[in-house]
Design a binder for this molecule. Structure first.
Ligand code: DON
Length: 305
């Protein structure tokens, strides 16, 4: 396995030159466009690491299935899905065009930005500090990394420039999907996206999902199985945005990408995979990461289909 991963990084490094790092959040420009790394944590606890696996990046949209699980635990599925749908959008992650044309007016799913902002608004807590602490605590717990923190400059950069998200959030309050202080809800969302991780952190969250919400080492059930199933299903149908169908055919595992360059995969009952490569394809997915996962899926017969 170690040799396979070393070779995987070597052979696919060329692809990073065909992608671009995200620039619409100015601070993300500082990411190393040539970086490419991977970590696999299997259900038995073996860990394999290759390439630039130590490189840090921010979760961005990789955070969305995790906050979704917390909202589902806090509020129950009925309450959550009254406010956000279950269908793929077929649009870009930051698209707002269907918000006004669909009836009832609610975001199509929790993986696009509008849906994720709605989900984040549902997290319980007596204050926004407490709500963020609850989000961070869950990330720390299921990654097994008590030191996870936000990257302050990425957070501030997104807060300063996130007008597209801001406009969608105000629209969502107008139609009754969001309640409360829009700026505080956005702040929570920007913080959740700015949690800084490495490949191993997301591989460990991946194996936790693959293991139905049970920590593989302590056997503690942290999230109910049914809720992890909902999260993984969204990862299959919408996790790679308007590239989810192609990814399902070429890789075939529940996965979630982020514009920081991360891709988290949960291969049911087998392993978690964490990939990073900040050079993105036009849909916002790590270009080198996608290529590595395609090869890996064939080599290890990972497809669930
Ligand atoms: O809200 C945003 O635009 C970012 N914080 C997250 C978007 C993202 O990661 C989309 N992923 N490919």
């Amino acid at each position: 396995m170690q040799l396979l991963l070393n070779e995987l990084v070597e052979k696919n490094r060329q692809w990073v030159h065909f992608g671009k790092v995200a620039t619409y959040i100015p601070e993300l420009k500082n990411a190393n466009p040539n970086a490419l790394g991977i970590v696999i944590v299997d259900i038995e606890g073996n860990v394999y690491r290759a390439g630039d696996y130590r490189e840090k990046f921010t979760m961005q949209s990789v955070s969305k299935p995790i906050t979704l699980m917390l909202a589902l635990m806090d509020r129950g599925a009925e309450f959550v899905f009254e406010r956000v749908g279950m269908e793929p959008s077929g649009d870009a992650f930051n698209s707002m065009r269907k918000l006004e044309t669909i009836n009832p007016s609610k975001p199509l799913n929790p993986m696009i930005n509008a849906g994720a902002i709605a989900v984040t608004s549902l997290i319980l807590g007596n204050s926004y500090e407490e709500k963020f602490q609850r989000i961070l605590d869950l990330f720390r717990k299921i990654s097994g990394n008590p030191n996870l923190q936000i990257n302050e400059s990425v957070y501030l950069s997104e807060k300063r420039t996130g007008d597209r998200n801001r406009s969608m959030a105000y629209f969502l309050r107008d139609v009754g999907i969001l309640e409360g202080d829009v700026e505080s809800i956005l702040d929570l969302y920007f913080k959740q996206c700015s949690i800084e991780v490495d490949c191993e952190d997301i591989a460990r969250i991946g194996v936790f999902l693959a293991n139905q919400g049970i920590m593989p080492d302590t056997k503690e059930q942290v999230v109910p199985k049914e809720i992890t199933q909902i999260a993984k299903t969204f990862m299959v149908t919408c996790g790679m945005y308007d590239e989810s169908g192609e990814f399902a055919i070429n890789v075939g595992v529940p996965a979630k990408s982020g514009v920081g360059g991360g891709i988290m995969c949960a291969v049911p009952n087998r392993m978690g995979i964490g990939v990073m490569g900040p050079a993105l394809d036009p849909k916002g997915n790590s270009i080198g990461g996608l290529k590595m996962l395609q090869v890996l899926s064939k080599e290890l017969s990972l497809s669930i289909f």
